[in-house]
Design a protein. Sequence first.
Length: 173
Amino acid sequence: MSKGTKPGDANTVAETILTYVEDTAGLVNCGSSTEKLQIFQKADGKSLSFEVLDIDEVIPRTDSEGKPFLQVNFLSGKKILLTDTLVGFKPAVNPGLDMGKLPSVVTTPDLISVVEAIEESMSSTETEPEEIEVLRRVFGSVLEGGEAVGFDLTSERVWLTRLTHQSGQRHTA
């Protein structure tokens, strides 16, 4: 097990994260400082920012395929995973949603996949309204999890409002 970097030295913590980001294919340092880190994801154009002093520990890890990633634990108990292409995070707990059926780590591009599933379900005549409601809750769970770790997902929240409105129109027509 790799030894993590503790926040005793904020410069070391920031340097560990920024050095990792610099070596990735899909993440970019976007104007970070020693106090605040800003990471941009090429995959969907989303950026994440967080305070270095909010970090509890940075742990270098390796996935099942032997690829390195960083686990960043925050003092709040939240954590993110920095991989070669994306930032992973836990979906938010959503009442009425079986969290055991969701992956333990999700990413912001997962929102697009859920929107596509909602749109497909809404266009199908065989879809039950309950299925769309479950997908809406999945979307909300991923959205809230992303916002909780620092992503600005305002435009995606608008998607959810729009889809909810469209869904309501479809089932009352």
